[in-house]
Design a protein around this ligand. Structure first.
Ligand code: GLN
Length: 538
């Protein structure tokens, strides 16, 4: 039977619960356990797919097409946990299930209530992640203890030990110790209140992890232990990591968190195998070179909006032992007249995905600049669509070329809706979503990077390269080097007479890992290093 770890957060949001959960997953896997990760989000949207990046940050897409919280990206980057639609539940989805059952008459005339019907549905979602091939399920609860909407979830996880046995469950609570400069000390009171609230609900945390900007000297653990009714050795410090998020698991391992978890769950600890991870962190700390990549997007001031893009670019850097610096450029501000000021000196330019017209012309100018100045260019999803528009307008002479997403009257709709999308009216979960095969053309940059003829990558878009323009675009010199198996959908385009100009309709950033950079990101950063070296020789 699977054991269960629950991770809750208190005091403030944005404590890095997702990273902590992912790090615990990694540490347990490295001791030989089979781990399954899960996130519960108390908001009412059925999934985050319809939320603005300003609200929610990136929407992370899984192989099965589930649109999920960005914490699942941490889970995939840190662990080998299988993730699917069952790995992310929201209040909306739980209620939707319950209401569907009620309409189908499944409750046999009963009054349907939060307790037990909603809580039972949540329990089923949690227990459903367990199974004979899973040693430990790690369930992270989004939000902060004290949120009204989180209550049914807390009540449900309180009940799980009754079902699977107390000895098979562990509650870890993550809080913040704010440091008050004037008092020259950190304060434990908010943590005490937060644990107090949890205990009122009936949850006694077994382990308390406190976040702090810097390592704290003093008897904080003793004090927290006493007031929160947690063993002193189970009060663990998690200070902000200095260099990168990939240091977090090592810090937790050094505090003995993984051993403590195993002891409390009564699991015989296997040897901890972290050599490759330690080597990775060493590599990150001592890069041989630096490169600077411009990311031209429109949610640029929101750090989480392109989370996986920044991570994947960094992974490409790890692959070559270089540090990747980012120049974040707001595409709305970029014009033909000022492009030089924003883009000169960059070693690579990436245009990520996005929706809606705002910022499009700036992206097109950035792509034109990369194309005409031989700067390595990587376009992703909307980044590919804008690369095709730029090429159609400025090389093929197709005046007014556009995507019908931005201009339904365009004389040259080089990007358009396919038949299957034209009838779709609902916005939720109705795009082309999830992993799909793509056939690469031999002797292409893409095939050279992947070193395989058929790849599987995740999609999240409605619009496609218009097949009616394939010939005209290829005649202009842009190669289509990746296609759907039926040959109809263009998935990859490249410019053969450019040092590195490649754009993809899918999202490779979702499949990059720190120890195994995605091949396209590794190749792109390789080209950026080349550009940097060429420039320094010139
Ligand atoms: N808005 C574009 C589409 O729906 C691109 C989507 C994206 O970049 N993820 O096709």
């Amino acid at each position: 039977m699977s054991k269960h770890i629950f991770i809750t957060g208190g005091v403030v949001s944005s404590l890095g619960k997702g990273l902590t959960a992912a790090s615990i997953g990694l540490l347990l896997e490295r001791r030989g356990l089979r781990v399954r990760m899960q996130k519960l989000d108390p908001y009412i949207n059925v999934d985050p797919g319809t939320m603005s990046p300003y609200q929610h940050g990136e929407v992370y897409v899984l192989d099965d097409g589930a649109e999920t919280d960005l914490d699942l990206g941490h889970y995939e980057r840190f662990t080998n946990s299988l993730l699917s639609r069952a790995s992310n539940y929201t209040t909306g989805r739980i209620y939707q299930n319950v209401i569907n059952k009620e309409r189908a008459g499944a409750y046999l005339g009963k009054t349907v209530q939060v307790v037990p019907h909603i809580t039972n549905e949540i329990k089923e979602a949690i227990l459903g992640c367990g199974g004979p091939d899973v040693d430990v399920v790690i369930t992270e609860l989004g939000g902060t203890v004290g949120d009204i909407e989180g209550l049914p979830f807390l009540e449900a996880i309180r009940q799980i030990p009754l079902k699977v046995g107390k000895q098979n469950c562990l509650f870890i609570h993550l809080t913040l110790l704010p440091y008050l400069k004037a008092a020259k000390e950190a304060k434990t009171k908010p943590t005490q209140h937060s644990v107090g609230q949890l205990r009122q609900i009936g949850i006694q945390p077994d382990i308390l992890v406190y976040r702090t900007e810097q390592h704290l000297e003093g008897d904080y653990a003793e004090k927290i232990a006493l007031f929160c009714n947690v063993e002193e050795r189970a009060v663990i410090e998690e200070a902000d990591s200095q260099e990168s998020i990939y240091e977090v698991p090592l810090g937790l391992a050094d505090s003995g968190l993984d051993l403590l978890i195993l002891e409390k769950l009564n699991i015989q600890p296997g040897e901890s195998k972290l050599d490759d991870w330690r080597a990775l962190v060493e590599k990150i700390r001592k890069p041989k070179h630096d490169v600077t990549i411009g990311v031209v997007g429109k949610y640029i001031e929101h750090r989480d909006a392109y989370k996986s893009i920044y991570e994947a670019l960094s992974h490409g850097g790890f692959h070559h032992s270089v540090r990747v610096h980012f120049r974040r450029i707001e595409s709305d501000d970029l014009t033909a007249a000022n492009a030089e000021g924003y883009l000169a000196g960059l070693h690579g330019i990436l245009v990520p995905g996005g929706f809606g017209y705002r910022g499009i012309e700036g992206k097109i100018e950035a792509i034109r600049y990369a194309r005409t100045h031989d700067i390595p260019f990587f376009g992703i999803c909307l980044g590919m669509q804008t690369a095709v528009i730029e090429f159609a307008r400025n090389v093929c002479g197709l005046k007014g070329a556009n995507s019908t997403e931005f201009d339904t009257e365009s004389p040259h709709p080089v990007i358009c809706l396919l038949e299957s999308q034209r009838e779709v009216t609902d916005k939720g979960a109705s795009m082309r979503l999830g992993a799909q095969p793509c056939h690469l053309v031999p002797d292409s940059k893409a095939e050279a990077a992947y070193r395989e003829p058929i790849i599987n990558e995740r999609h999240r878009h409605r619009y496609e390269f218009n097949p009616d323009y394939r010939e005209r675009i290829e005649a202009g010199g842009m190669r289509i080097t990746g296609n759907s198996p039926d040959g109809k959908l263009a998935e990859v385009v490249e410019l053969p007479n450019h040092p590195w100009f490649l754009a993809v309709q899918f999202h490779p950033e979702f499949k990059s890992k720190p120890l195994k950079s995605h091949p396209l990101f590794a190749d792109f950063i390789g080209a950026a290093i080349q550009r940097r070296n060429d420039r320094s020789l010139a």
